[in-house]
Write a protein that binds this ligand. Structure first.
Ligand SMILES: [Cu+2]
Length: 249
C-alpha cells in the first residue's frame, strides 16, 4: 500500500490551483526552487539566504497581496511622522509600500527590526552623509515617492523608521506587527479515484475532516508537482493534509 501526503490550501480549493507538496524523500531540490525564484535573479545555490532578514525578504511584484500607502509628514508642531503609525500584517503577505514624502525635508523609510534600526541609527549619527540602497529601504527627497515590495515571512514586531539624525526622535517610526496565520489543520485518509496527467487533476474520495467540519466527499485537486503526479494512480491510498488559513478580518 502506497501512502502519500498531499498538502493543500482549502481556501483555494474551489477556484484556484492547489499545490501539493512533496511526498517521500526526493531531496529538497524541488522545495528550494520556489525560494530561489522569489529572489531577484539568484538562480542557484543558497544565495537567497543573505537576502532574508528577520523582517522578511524582498518580494516580487506579481506576489503582492496588498498595497499600503505610507506618507512622510512634518507636522505643524514640529514632529516628523509616518502615516500610518502602526500596521498589522499576516505572515505570508507580500506588501507593496507606496511611500510618499509629503514633507519639506528629505526622509527615508527603513524597514527592519527595532534593534537593527537602533544600531543603524547610531551609525547614521556618526556618518550623517551615509546613504543606503538596501532592498528594505528607500530615501526620498521632498515631494518624491517610491516603493518597497516586501515579503513578510516571519512573525514578530518590526518597524519602519527614518534614521536621518534627529528624525526618529521626532516621531518618525511606525510599528509593524506580523501575526501568524491561525490555520486550521486536519488530515484524513483518501483514495485516488482518477488521475488526469494532462490537466494535473486528481480526483480523491476522502473521509471526514472533523477539525474543519467537512464531511466525507469526492474532490478534485490540482497537483502542480509533476513528480508527485507520476506517483499517483487510481486506487492509491493517500494521506491528505489540509490547512485552511483563517480569513482576514
Ligand atoms: Cu526623516
Amino acid at each position: 500500500m502506497k501512502t502519500q501526503l498531499l498538502t493543500t490550501a482549502l481556501i483555494l480549493a474551489l477556484a484556484s490551483p492547489i499545490y501539493a507538496s512533496g511526498s517521500h524523500s526526493s531531496g529538497h531540490d524541488d522545495e528550494t526552487k520556489t525560494v530561489e525564484e522569489g529572489s531577484h535573479g539568484h538562480s542557484e545555490g543558497q544565495d537567497s539566504d543573505h537576502l532574508e532578514m528577520a523582517a522578511g525578504m524582498p518580494g516580487m511584484v506579481d506576489k503582492v497581496t496588498r498595497t499600503i500607502e505610507v506618507s512622510m509628514i512634518e507636522t505643524n508642531d514640529g514632529d516628523m511622522i509616518f502615516e500610518p503609525k502602526s500596521l498589522e500584517i499576516v505572515a505570508g503577505e507580500t506588501v507593496r509600500f507606496a511611500i510618499q514624502n509629503k514633507g519639506e525635508l528629505e526622509h527615508e523609510f527603513v524597514l527592519d527590526t527595532v534593534e537593527k534600526n537602533a544600531e543603524h541609527k547610531e551609525v547614521m549619527a556618526e556618518f550623517p552623509e551615509m546613504e543606503h540602497d538596501d532592498p528594505n529601504s528607500v530615501r526620498l527627497e521632498d515631494g518624491q515617492s517610491g516603493e518597497i515590495i516586501w515579503s513578510f515571512t516571519n512573525t514578530g514586531t518590526f518597524e519602519f523608521a527614518c534614521l536621518i539624525p534627529g528624525h526618529y526622535e521626532s516621531g518618525m517610526h511606525s510599528s509593524v506587527t506580523v501575526a501568524g496565520q491561525s490555520a486550521a489543520v486536519d488530515y484524513t485518509i483518501g483514495v485516488v479515484k482518477k488521475v488526469n496527467t494532462k490537466t494535473g487533476k486528481v480526483t480523491i474520495i476522502h473521509e471526514e475532516l472533523t477539525n474543519l467540519g467537512m464531511p466525507a466527499m469526492t474532490m478534485v485537486f490540482r497537483v502542480t508537482d509533476d513528480a508527485m503526479l507520476e506517483k499517483l494512480s487510481a486506487g492509491n491510498n493517500i494521506c491528505l493534509l489540509y490547512t485552511s488559513p483563517s480569513p482576514r478580518d
